[in-house]
Write a protein that binds this ligand. Structure first.
Ligand SMILES: [Mn+2]
Length: 371
């Protein structure tokens, strides 16, 4: 009776896909605003509740870094707040993602008894908030579909005695949705997708990075079958398809139940990520004024991308130096060209853009359509 009355729970801050090292350079050839600072700023904001002692543990779902060759200074920027969090007695669990190539650069910079880096499958059990929290995890690996069950077994998570068990991965899980140029895309049966029915019942929740759009796949199938899957999403926008997504991190509330624990609730905390705008220039008559209108209409701190038809490649309004000169220094301007897609049956250009499936409508073209 006492055990039931004495309610204890554990709060876990879950952040993922911080992509530190995105658009950072040692010596810049041209002076322009670097988006790397935005990623670091959002990452630090996400970790603030842990630095203030408002949570009991921190999980990073992978892609801490944008690429495996991140310079030591950027690695230190990423690990420094984690060391500070661990130093105040809050354990930190970090799984390696695909952008790290499933390992960590300069791992000595993360050396602290309270920081647990996961590459090979394993389980780490810690004592927090009067409870035993067991975290089982393994790095991103290709063709996970057939490798998932053996990898889960290799963690020994389900054999670990704990009050709360969490499985942490960096993968696509069946049912997860991503934004795509032609709409939403739901992962189902590809070799890189974990089957929903392979997820263990013996965990409170599955925490995953990799998908940059925040979502929670609810538990289903009754008692102890498929656990909830939590994706916090990325802390900043790495790609144009993320332009309408709200960026943020999650805080999970867990309590002990039947060795695996229970996910009592979760909250999503939005981050002030940079606004992103797309301006398509396909059959536009007056490129110069459309470019000017786009710059005028975008927020001053926007990441503004011009996507132009290949035929406009030599247009003098579409030179990078020219575009950057017209936009305020607080804006990031990028540019890409698309050639018309060829119809496979006729070999003739179909007049639609080659990359993505977004064929702009007439009306969109007239308005120089903003995404
Ligand atoms: Mn990522």
């Amino acid at each position: 009776v006492l055990a039931k009355l004495y309610i204890c729970s554990v709060r876990v801050l879950f952040v993922s896909d911080s992509h530190i090292g995105f658009d950072t350079v040692r010596r810049a050839r041209i002076a322009r605003r670097r988006r790397g600072d935005d990623f670091l700023a959002m990452y630090r904001l996400a970790l603030e509740p842990a630095l203030k002692g408002e949570v009991d543990a921190v999980v990073h779902g992978g892609d801490v870094f944008d690429h495996p060759n991140v310079r030591a200074g950027d690695v230190d920027d990423a690990f420094r707040p984690l060391r500070a969090i661990a130093e105040r007695g809050c354990p930190v669990f970090v799984v390696a993602g695909n952008h790290e190539r499933s390992s960590f650069p300069f791992p000595l910079l993360a050396r602290h008894p309270g920081i647990h880096l996961f590459t090979q499958p394993r389980t780490v059990a810690v004592r927090v908030a009067g409870l035993t929290l067991a975290v089982g995890a393994f790095a991103y690996q290709r063709r996970i579909r057939e490798a998932f069950v053996p990898a889960l077994q290799a963690t020994a998570l389900l054999q670990t005695t704990a009050d709360v068990r969490l499985l942490v991965v960096h993968h696509c899980i069946e049912g997860a949705v991503v934004s795509n140029p032609s709409g939403d895309f739901r992962f189902r049966s590809a070799p890189d997708v974990i089957r929903r029915r392979d997820l263990p019942g013996g965990v409170a929740a599955v925490l995953s990075g990799h998908i940059h759009r925040h979502q929670v796949i609810p538990p289903h199938g009754g008692e102890a079958s498929a656990p909830a899957v939590c994706y916090p999403g990325s802390v900043e926008r790495t790609s144009l398809v993320e332009r309408d997504e709200t960026k943020g991190y999650m805080i999970l509330e867990l309590s002990p139940e039947a060795e695996r624990g229970r996910l009592d609730g979760w909250s999503f905390h939005p981050l002030p990520a940079r606004p992103m705008r797309l301006c398509r220039l396909h059959e536009v008559a007056d490129v110069n004024s459309v470019v000017g209108d786009a710059i005028e209409a975008a927020p001053r701190d926007a990441v503004l991308h011009f996507r132009a038809h290949d035929a406009l490649r030599e247009h003098r309004s579409l030179k990078m130096a020219q575009l950057r000169g017209r936009a305020p220094a607080s804006m990031n301007v990028t540019l890409s060209f698309e050639s018309p897609r060829r119809d496979p049956s006729t070999g003739k250009a179909s007049g639609r853009p080659a990359s993505g499936q977004e064929a702009p409508t007439r009306r969109e073209l007239r308005r120089a359509a903003f995404g």
